[in-house]
Ligand binder design. Structure first.
Ligand code: SF4
Ligand code: SF4
Length: 291
């Protein structure tokens, strides 16, 4: 019958309308409290009423696959060998696949030999042109460019402020692990890179310890058996011993928990300060070694 769909739609609207007031009664003034659990409940899948997010005091949690303007991955600033080293090799693939052509890259050259060096001297993205498609991140063969979660980029400057340079685009690998923990670990495993090797080494060390414990238990059980022949056979004690190293599976490294403020709220200056502090620490270590 004509009009049934319309009536159904209006009933859904009516349900949300009524539930909005039911929510008001249920949460009272707590509705607008900064209590995170309360906020999550109201914003979650079970939320019923029509609500308004009190932005910027309240912000919706970003799903892991959310994508905004890309950023460049660099080594963590506390990396022992190469703090802040670019992962980008300036191969130029991202610039080629970018549909609106908003990426510019200048490749580095060795100042002595003049030969190309696999790192970018300059890297620019015009964030006003970027359409957040994520092609650059999909095609990068070195996992060096990722889609960011930082969507608060508006400013009054409509000229050069929106052309992000390498300094502004570069963020530590640990930042990527914080905003996309599942994908970061999947990629680490697929890549088998240094970060994954570190995790494997830690797991092997744990496995070796477990193996030693197992042997110790076995010896203890044999001694107990020799001392008391009527006691339960050693095999039972061995069965309860921890598994040997070979059976202990390597666990992927756990992603670090977000610390207090959302990581993408860290300002560029704060990141730079941390990077400079890391470089200073590295220089001090090198000086101490030489001295
Ligand atoms: S595709 Fe990756 S490695 Fe190549 S230039 Fe772009 S970001 Fe750098
Ligand atoms: S997200 Fe898309 S538009 Fe933006 S820089 Fe990457 S490829 Fe270009």
């Amino acid at each position: 019958m004509n009009g049934i769909g319309f009536v159904k739609g209006m009933l859904v609207t009516l349900r949300h309308f009524v539930n909005t007031y039911v929510d008001d009664l249920r949460y009272g003034f707590r509705k607008y409290s900064p209590d995170v659990d309360n906020f999550e409940t109201r914003q979650g899948t079970k939320a019923e009423g029509a609500f308004t997010v009190q932005y910027p005091e309240e912000k919706l949690a970003m799903p892991e696959r959310f994508r905004f303007v890309p950023f460049l991955v660099v080594n963590d600033y506390d990396h022992p060998e190469a703090p802040g080293k670019d992962w980008c090799t300036s191969c130029g693939i991202c610039a080629k696949v970018c549909p609106p052509q908003c990426i510019w890259i200048v490749r580095s050259n060795d100042p002595v030999t003049g030969r190309p060096v696999p790192e970018p001297e300059a890297f620019f993205i015009d964030i006003d042109i970027c359409m957040n498609c994520g092609f650059c991140a999909e095609f990068c063969p070195f996992d060096a460019i990722k889609m960011d979660h930082d969507y608060e980029l508006s400013s009054y400057d409509r000229t050069t402020n929106h052309v992000f340079d390498k300094q502004k685009l570069s963020k530590e690998f640990k930042y990527w692990k914080t905003i996309a923990p599942t994908r970061a670990v999947e990629e680490m495993q697929a890549r088998g890179g240094w970060e994954h090797k570190d995790a494997q080494k830690a797991a092997r060390r744990g496995g070796a310890d477990a193996g030693k414990d197992a042997k110790r238990e076995e010896v203890r059980a044999r001694k107990a058996e020799a001392a008391a022949p009527t006691a339960a056979p050693a095999a039972e004690a061995v069965a309860e011993a921890p598994k040997p190293a070979a059976e202990v599976k390597a666990e992927p490294a756990a992603a670090p928990a977000a610390e207090g403020a959302r990581p993408w709220e860290e300002s560029h200056d704060q990141r730079e300060a941390r990077k400079q502090a890391a470089l200073a620490r590295k220089a001090a270590r090198a000086a101490k070694k030489d001295g």
